[in-house]
Unconditional design. Structure first.
Length: 405
């Protein structure tokens, strides 16, 4: 796409609830870099999506938003049915936007997820005009519904939600690999899957995500040491994929040895009521502190400063960037040994056997008790982020790939 006006429409209709997914973090940070270099960015999203973008520093883009009914704005926690209704509104707005494609004559469209409210725009765009350059995104393959969100789980009766996720993603996956000019994924195993299905390798681009390290750089340069108030912290969506319920069981095992051990959890999502209930049932009200969703800022950064370890208990993942944010502050981590994490985090994180909560807890305690291991893993974590996780190099590479086609 040489010599065209550098302008991109970013479709993010599926941003309908507070919180920031890894996929949304990717497009926001990449777009921030691009706007500073003169690329015109138009973002189509809900009012909530606009607020999240602005709250995370994406202020130079143009926004075209659709309204969320006041009923939903008053709610602090969305049920799964609420999310379905909001996605339906996003779907309708995708159709409305698509009807105007002929008038708009946009050259490049980036759909930021594989959800229908986003991907439908790319599909219709290519049907109406083959010259449109469509960049699709698929950041997490739906799991086998008979296994669920477990990388090596045993078969069980599928939930309606998992069946719906699997069946609704299938046509998007098929049409994306057939029609998209580029596809963004977050791990090498996901790229391999597209290539094995017949897509040209150069059309599938792996984005590992990134971290803005300047806050951590400034703090660590001063060589100040905050008093550690938390043995560990977690950050991520409260979703079955992220292992938040498993984390409570793991922390209960940690507390069997360190009764005063404290874990702070940053995030929100559909499992928040279940998380609160399980903490109460396990008697961990004094050991687990829930902070809700926190954007970039002092409150979140102070938690990193005052924590010793970052926990990434995902049970099914294509990568996961949240741990990297804490690793930039020198926090070593513990995770399960998922396939995607072998390339995402080759160092700086100790890996527990998949599904073995006892082993996970043992690694947490080992890091807390072994000063030499802690120092070495902490150093590895910080160095990994500094060498491989900068946003600007990724943004520059993607811009070159897109505009040099």
């Amino acid at each position: 796409m040489k010599n065209i006006k550098k302008e991109i429409d970013i479709i993010a209709n599926s941003m309908v609830e507070p919180g920031l997914s890894g996929g949304n973090r990717i497009f926001i940070e990449i777009a921030k870099c691009w706007t500073k270099e003169g690329v015109k960015i138009n973002i189509y999203s809900s009012e909530v999506g606009k607020d999240i973008c602005l709250g995370n520093g994406l202020s130079l883009a143009s926004f075209y938003t659709w309204s969320i009914p006041k009923f939903f704005k008053r709610k602090k926690v969305f049920s799964r049915f609420d999310i379905f209704l909001l996605y339906l509104l996003g779907f309708i707005n995708a159709v409305v936007y698509s009807k105007n494609l002929g008038k708009l004559k946009k050259n490049i469209i980036w759909t930021t997820s594989d959800y229908w409210p986003d991907s439908l725009v790319g599909i219709i765009a290519k049907i109406l005009d083959k010259n449109v350059f469509w960049i699709g995104s698929l950041f997490l393959f739906a799991p086998n519904p008979f296994v669920g969100f477990k990388e090596k789980g045993s078969k069980t009766l599928p939930s309606i939600k998992n069946i719906a996720f699997y069946l609704t993603q299938k046509p998007i996956y098929y049409l994306t690999k057939k029609m998209a000019d580029l596809v963004f994924v977050t791990s090498q195993p996901d790229k391999d899957r597209f290539v094995q299905a017949g897509m040209e390798p150069e059309k599938v681009v792996v984005i590992h995500g990134g971290v803005d390290t300047h806050w951590a750089d400034e703090y660590l340069a001063k060589k100040q040491k905050e008093k550690k108030e938390f043995e560990a912290c977690f950050m991520g969506r409260f979703h079955p994929q992220k292992g938040v319920l498993e984390l409570i069981d793991i922390w209960r095992k940690v507390c069997e040895t360190g009764k005063q051990a404290r874990l702070v959890m940053i995030g929100d999502g559909e499992l928040m009521p279940e998380v609160k209930n399980k903490i109460k049932i396990k008697g961990l009200e004094k050991n687990i502190i829930l902070k809700g969703f926190l954007g970039d800022g002092e409150e979140k950064f102070n938690i990193f400063k005052k924590s010793r370890i970052i926990l990434h208990p995902a049970v099914y993942d294509s990568g996961g960037m949240a741990a990297a944010e804490a690793m930039a502050w020198g926090l070593p981590g513990v995770s399960f040994d998922l396939e995607a994490l072998k390339t995402y985090y080759p160092s700086g994180i100790l890996k527990a056997r998949i599904g073995d909560q006892k082993h996970f807890a043992e690694l947490v305690l080992k890091l807390l008790q072994d000063n030499s291991l802690y120092y070495n893993t902490s150093t590895q974590a910080r160095n990994l982020i500094l060498k491989q996780w900068g946003w600007k190099p990724k943004a520059d590479l993607l811009k070159k790939i897109i505009f040099d086609q």
